[in-house]
Design a protein around this ligand. Structure first.
Ligand SMILES: NC(=O)c1ccc[n+]([C@@H]2O[C@H](COP(=O)([O-])OP(=O)(O)OC[C@H]3O[C@@H](n4cnc5c(N)ncnc54)[C@H](O)[C@@H]3O)[C@@H](O)[C@H]2O)c1
Length: 365
């Protein structure tokens, strides 16, 4: 089914971003929220976004006006009844989402697709609250959704092939880069992004360096545009702590570091401190820990077939701006070196060495 009309439930950070991204590409959007001020705010954000696009020459004034005009807002759920696709973006709370799907199912068209933008909940668990689970899936946008091109298309256990195909087509048609993945903790990208940021905090816990130094080492080792602490200060340590805690069922390696826990629970930004400057002896242990903590979960998700190597690398590049993508980097380092980086972490946290280690060297070929 070709999607031309969508309904979005929840007009917060993600709902408004998804509305802007979709209407900019010709999709008619109806944005619903229980809080009127959120609807007004979302419309204001769209006006600012399209106004800037005109100022920067990316859109004509007519195109901007038309895009703005394609976003309707409402406080009445039945106004979403004609949508081809309904995207839920309410607070990250299982019961609230479950109730939302239970209210949506009776009003949704019988052939409509329903998606959740959940970051941390299992799509297959939420599917139990949808009337037609075969037409339900995860569409995990990355913030800011109006700019970040990545969308993880998460296939639940009941999601049909036709639903996946329509969702991929919708993402591509709205200028997004879809990453098809399995419904596992952290999906494809947070599965390694969270441990990488968590290991940065463990390096502080273990006295290996200051956050500013670790950020610089990460830029050198992984070619990231900004280091893990700088990035976490943008997404907020509290939010990242929540995402890291979500991965805890995967084993002790994923448990949150003390430094991250303190900053997250205090709702404080990380104090970056000062960087003592490059020093190979001081920097090497940090680089090795950051690389090992990125490679171990990537290899595990390859074992679990959450996503393929090319897609994982695409996610790292597109959503996280990794200049060196994990699978390509592992291939260039070779199996022996990757095992040297991964083994100490696997042993420290009692994790098995991933079978995919054997494929390092030809992951991307
Ligand atoms: N913020 C991010 O970086 C990010 C990234 C990816 C995914 N997500 C996920 O997207 C979802 C939304 O996150 P957010 O950051 O936009 O949250 P937010 O707090 O900015 O917005 C949530 C919105 O939901 C509305 N809402 C609450 N109950 C509602 C109901 N019953 N019906 C309709 N609207 C209701 C609120 O009024 C609010 O406007 C969450 O599941 C979150 O995990 C967030």
């Amino acid at each position: 089914m070709a999607v031309s009309k969508i309904g979005i439930i929840g007009a917060g950070t993600m709902g408004s971003g998804i509305a802007i991204a979709s209407s900019a590409r010709g999709i008619a959007v109806t944005l619903y929220d229980v809080t009127e001020s959120q609807l007004a705010k979302a419309q204001g954000e769209a006006a600012t976004f399209f106004g800037r696009a005109v100022d920067k020459g990316r859109m004509s004034a007519e195109e901007a006006e038309a895009a703005q005009g394609r976003i309707a807002v409402t406080g009445a759920l039945p106004d979403l009844a004609e949508s081809d696709l309904l995207i839920e973006a309410v607070f990250e709370d299982f019961d609230l989402k479950a109730r939302t799907f239970e209210s949506l199912s009776p009003i949704a068209r019988s052939d409509a697709l329903i998606a959740t933008n959940t970051s941390c909940l299992k799509v297959s668990d939420l599917a139990q609250h949808v009337a037609a689970p075969e037409r339900f899936l995860g569409l995990h946008y990355f913030s800011p959704a109006q700019i970040n091109p990545l969308v993880e298309v998460v296939r639940g256990t009941a999601t049909s092939e036709a639903t996946v195909a329509a969702a991929l087509e919708f993402c591509q048609g709205t200028g997004k880069k879809p990453l098809l993945c399995k419904d596992n903790f952290g999906f494809a990208v947070n599965r390694f992004f969270c441990p990488y940021t968590n290991e940065a905090s463990r390096c502080v816990d273990d006295g290996l360096g200051t956050p500013a130094q670790i950020d610089r080492v990460a830029q050198e080792a992984l070619g990231v545009a900004a280091g893990p602490f700088f990035v976490q200060n943008i997404i907020k340590p509290r939010i990242n702590l929540h995402a890291v805690r979500n991965l805890k069922p995967l084993g002790a390696f994923y448990a949150p570091a003390d430094y991250l826990t303190r900053a997250g629970e205090a709702e404080e930004a990380f104090d970056l401190g000062s960087d003592p400057g490059p020093d190979a002896q001081r920097d090497r242990p940090i680089a090795e820990r950051l690389l090992g903590a990125t490679f171990l979960p990537v290899l595990e998700e390859l074992d679990e077939e959450v996503a393929g190597p090319a897609d994982i690398d695409m996610g790292a590049e597109v959503a996280l701006r990794f200049g060196r993508q994990p699978c390509e980097l592992m291939d260039s380092l070779g199996r022996v070196e990757v095992e040297r980086l991964v083994r100490p972490l696997a042993e420290r946290y009692g994790a098995a060495l991933p079978k995919s280690l054997e494929r390092v060297g030809s992951l991307r070929s």
